[in-house]
Every structure is written in structure tokens, then in C-alpha cells.
Design a protein around this ligand. Sequence first.
Ligand code: I6G
Length: 792
Amino acid sequence: MTEATTQAAERIAELRNQLDAHNYRYYVLDEPSVPDAEYDRLFNELKALEGQYPQLITPDSPTQRVGGTALSAFGSVRHEVPMLSLGNAFEDADLREFDRRVSEGLDLPVNDLFGAGAAVEYSCEPKLDGLAVSLLYESGVLVRGATRGDGSTGEDISANVRTVRNIPLKLQGTGWPAVLEVRGEVFMSKAGFEALNVRQAESGGKTFANPRNAAAGSLRQLDPKITASRPLEFCCYGVGCVQGELPDSQVGMLQALKGWGVPISRELKLARGVEECLAYYRDIGERRSTLAYEIDGVVFKVNSLASQRELGFRAREPRWAIAHKFPASEELTELLDVEFQVGRTGAVTPVARLKPVKVAGVTVSNATLHNMDEVARLGLMIGDTVIIRRAGDVIPQVMQVVTERRPADARPVLIPEQCPVCGSQVERTQLVKRSKGKETLSEGAVYRCVGRLACGAQLKQAIIHFVSRRAMDIEGLGEKSVEQLVDEGLVGSPADLYTLQFEQIVGLEGFAELSSNNLLAAIADSKRPSLARFVYALGIPDVGEETAKTLARSLGSLARIQRALPEVLTWLPDIGAEVAYEIHNFFDDDHNRTVIALLLERGVEPQEEGELHAEFAASVTLAALLAKLDIAFIAATGAKNLAEKAGSLDAVIALSQDWLELSVMKGLNEKAKQSLREFFANPQNTERARAMEAQLAEFGMHWASEKKVVEGLPLAGQTWVLTGALEIMSRDVAKEKLEGLGAKVAGSVSVKTTCVVAGPGAGSKLAKASELGVRVLDEVEFVSMLAGHGIQ
Ligand code: I6G
């Protein structure tokens, strides 16, 4: 380096430090330290020097926010820690219920209205109406920006986030984790949005409906120079992947991030107990119109990160956070027509076509009507004036009919007798209800087209679902391609994907040679899905990913899932009678059976555990079977007494019909005895009970051996505790694996604890384990212990 270059490098470093410091005071502390003119002078000097010495330009220089070269498409980014969504509270009661669940989950006394019991500490922040993004800092330098996407995979918008003025290109100070993924919202202030729309209108460009759309449209520009010209801002609300130390509370962590130059909400507060949260909600609600940006509610999070870890997640939402939404906006408009859409499961759903109206800045011309019961409940007629509500990003709803404004020529909404897509008959679904041993059928709210895969709409949706990322994950088949394959008669069921030939697809729109080969390779690669994915992919009505996982995990094989009786299915966690019947009916259907058989014949091989899950097997007891039969006056205790006395189903049936034996039996009152006798006097009931028992036995469970199922497992009788952040597998997976080996997984450490698995950030539980001399494994040791038992 020449002397001149060395001098330039020194001055450049000085200017960058000064500009970074001014930016920090301006954007993060909201305390500008120099007039704009002085800032501009420093900035221009830096730009001039970098122009003279381009070899000295670094990506974290404040001059590098102007946006580089345009891209042709965004790359994709996999979120190592998924970006989840938040549950919603709309009423005060919903928030109190959330607080009760938190207290219960943390084993704290439940708070009452008089302030007794535990007052959990919560962080409180406004919920900005923007776009969630992830910013990855390595060694303090911004290396990647990504959108949330579907929570697992987002788009790489690194070049764009660099142009957002208040996103630090490098972190200030010291002590930040070596790897730090900052998460938050990119948004546009109300003033920025107004100014942008004025500029857009003047230049003949597109104007935006609201600040959220403007922010989304600006951030997802392939040309980062356009993003750079838009008034975007960032506000951090949390972290994702972290390698290093952070304070162990939500508020502490956000304060630390602020210290490193990451902007956080100025409205961040700590509340003790739910009443203080409600006061915060009301305060922000009152000040909402005076805030510089749009918000749609506030977010409360359990402040202690250790408690957050303890509470964990349910489905795709944290149990430790909730968004308390503000009431939705409403408008009046006219119902022009009701059209009917046919979904994947054949459900024929009414959709309201509305005279376009602006609700909270967005033009609404369609609204969901859910089902015909909803149409009846609203008393809706075509031509009516209706009240439309839009809450945040939720699909607009028809709330009410203004009957006084009904025109004389208003027409009733009629469900079509024939499917609007395929012309097959439309039938009303039936609900099966079993109560006190009696089965009753009632009419369901949903109408279905009976055409199934012969109906183009259902076939297309079924295939789109089958190939989707969370199902069989076949890349290269978007909606348009599926439509073509169906319309060309190349695919009549998901099984036909596995016989597609190169010659059949090459030449279809969007399928050149390479993409045709890629598609065939993706289809071939999808042939060994997990059993849960396969079951989910089948598109059984009411069976989402979680239910599919439950089925696969509990029953362990496709054959068992296919044969399971509805009564046996209701034994599984979170499967109620309606879903159980949907599952049973699906597998009972000849057409579905043929498609599944063809899939297997054509090489699809779901990966099965093979074994029944130990936890499920252990839950199956004679007492539970008797309680499941729903015999009047025989609840859990009566069933338990009966099971203990009789010991087998045959003995219960015999006892029920032996007047003398039954009359002297203790633990059942007279009404229960009478009801038991009547129940088993009915051969249909006896047969049903025996069929359930026979199926459970066929699945490998026997009353006498039920204890052995767990006892025979290698970790039977042991109690394990998981604490800290697990990085190789999620806590739920670790728990599942331990339970699969027969261990119990507890939430706290005691003398009864066999072993503690401690990840980074483990706190009080780890301390207690060392105090009690309980064995502690780190995650790597834990994984090798599992491997020792043949579990990957
Ligand atoms: O969408 C969100 C907005 C604000 C959030 C959020 C938030 O905290 C103030 N926090 C989390 C954990 C998530 N979404 C998933």
C-alpha cells in the first residue's frame, strides 16, 4: 500500500466510524447529534474517497446502502430456527386465558382477579403492520437478509435489506454473539407512505393501498436501487439462530440488541401480570392514531427466556407469546352475487362477490361465507347491503345483513344441486354423533361434490396438495403445471404422477427438456416419504400435518392407520369423533383404496416406524376402553372399578348380565349397574366393544401385557429433563425419542430425575441437577446415547 492509500484508508475508517455513530444516535436512540448538513458533508467526503480508492470499499460501508445490481430472481433461504406465527387474542378474556395457560404451563399458581397467585412478567410491544424479516450477523457484520416466507424457507433479500437506513450493516460495541440472527418487522411510516404515494402519482407510477403493501412491494424488488429509494424502516422484536451469550430475558435481550445498534420499539415495556398487559393494550390503543406507523395490536411475551423454553411451542405457535389485536375495521357494501367454489375435499363453499369497497385501506371485493349454515345464520340474500369486517391480514368476513336496506328484488342464496365444475351431484355431509352408546346422524354444515377425483377442481387441488412442500415435496409442479397435466388427461390421480414419461411432459407450457427431466427426477426422489408426510399428502378431510404426525407416530404403519376403527382412532391425542370418522371413511372408500394401492405398486414406500408408540400402547387400558364405550352413568371412576373387578372385557360382559354378581358389586351405583346391564344386553354394543378389543389385540396390545410394553423398553422407569436450547433436534423430537425408549420426560429436576440433557443457555435446572448430583448430558452425548439404542 502506498502512503497515500494508507492515509485514505485511515480517513475512510474514521469517516465510517463517525457516520455509524451518527446513524446510531439518529435511528436507534432518536437523539440526532449533528445537523443533516454536517452528516451529508461527512458522507460525501467518504463517497469521494471511496470513488478514488474503490479497492477500499467494503460491504458494511455506510455508502453501500444505495443498492447494487438488479437480480433476475431471489434465491431461497432455509430458516434454521423456523419463523413462526403468533396466536391471537381479540378479547380481554382471550388474554386472561392465555395468562392462565402460561401460569399452568410454568406450574405457577393461577392468578385470580384480586391479584393473588403468580403475576408472570411479560414484555409488551406494539405489533407493527409490516413484513417479518431475518437479518443474519456473523462476527458483527450483516451477511444475509431474508423474508419470512412460509416460516421454513424465505427469499434472500440481502441486497435490499442493506438499503434500509436503520438496519446496521455492522454491529456497534462489543460482546455480541459470533452468530446472531436478528428478527423483526420492515415497515413504512404513515408519513413515508403518504410521501411515496405522492411521488408515485406524480411520476405516473403505481400507488399503494396502505403502508403494509407499500413496504412489501418495496422490499421485494429485484432491483435494490428501487428499494433504496423507498422510506423503509426496521424494528427488531427477537432473535432466531444464536451462537453466543445473550441476556436471559426478552426485555434484557432487546436492550442488549439496542446497545449494539439494532433498532427496537420505543414502546417496549415490562408488565407484571395480565392486568398490567391489559392496561398497556388500552394505552397503546388510545395513542394508536398518534403513532408514526400503523399497528394492528400489541404483542405480549413471557419475559424470562428460560420460561419461554419451558413452555415451548404448540403446532406452529409459541406458547409464550400472543398478539392482542385491535378491533377490526368495518364497512358497508352490497352483495352482488354468491358463487360456489369446490375445494380439495369436494367441499362446495359459498363465496360472496361484493361491490368493491375500501376497508382499512384495502379494496375488498370477495369475502368468505364459510358454509351454508353461515349463510342461513346471517339470513343473507343476494342484493343485500352487508357489513364487511377486515382484521389485520385475516380474510374479510361478512358480519351482518342490514335488513332495512333489503331491495324488493333480493334473491335467496341456493346451494347448487350439481357441482359447478363437474356436474356431479352435491350432497350434504352427515355428522356422526355417538352418545351414551347410541349413534345418531345429523346433517353437517358442509356440502360436498360426490365427483371426487372425477371432478376437475378436486383432482387439481388434490394433486397440488399431494406435491406440496410439506406433503410429498415434489418440486417443479406449480398450480399451472398441475392444471395442464389434468387438462391434458395425463394425470387422473396422484398415482399417475409415478407413471409420467418424458415424452408426455416435454413441450407442455413451461416444460423444456431440462425442466421435464428435473420434474421426473423430483417425482422419483419423492418415493420414500415419512409415513406422516404420506398420510398428510393423501388429503384426508380434516387431517392436517399435526394429525398426520399423530397417526403415523402412534400407529406406526400405514396398514394399521388404514384399518383403524373410529373408536380406536379417538384414543389418539387430539383426534375427536368427527375426525376419526373422516379418517375411517376415507380409507373405507374403494376409490381411495385403489389410489393408495397404485401408489404403493408404483414404488412409493412410506417410511414406517413399524411399532406402535409405547405411550399410545400404555394409554390403552381396559378401564379406558370401558370409558370410551360411553355407557350412561359410567364415567372414569366407574370404569376403573369395573376393570379392576372384572379384569377382561369378556368378564365385564358376563358380569353385566349376571344379576346377582352385579347387584353385590361395590364401586358402581344402582343407575350405573342398570345402565351397564342394558348396554351389554344389546348385541350391537357387545359386538362393537369386542371389535375394538380385537383390533387393539391385533395391533399388538393386550390388557395383561400392556404394562410390559413400557416395562420392556430400555429407559422404562427413568425420568429425564430437557433444558436449555437444543440445536441438533427440537425439544419435541427429543421428548418423543425418550418416550419411545420408555422414559418419562418431566419439566423440573428433583431427586427422582435420572438424567438431565442440557443445551446452551441452561440455567436453574442445570444448577439444581449439579446440586443434587444428577447425571447431565450435553446434546452430543445425548445423541450418542440415542444412537446406542439404535435411534437416529
Ligand atoms: O409478527 C410478529 C410481530 C411482533 C412476531 C413477534 C412480534 O413481537 C413483538 N414476535 C414473534 C415471536 C413472532 N412474530 C413469531
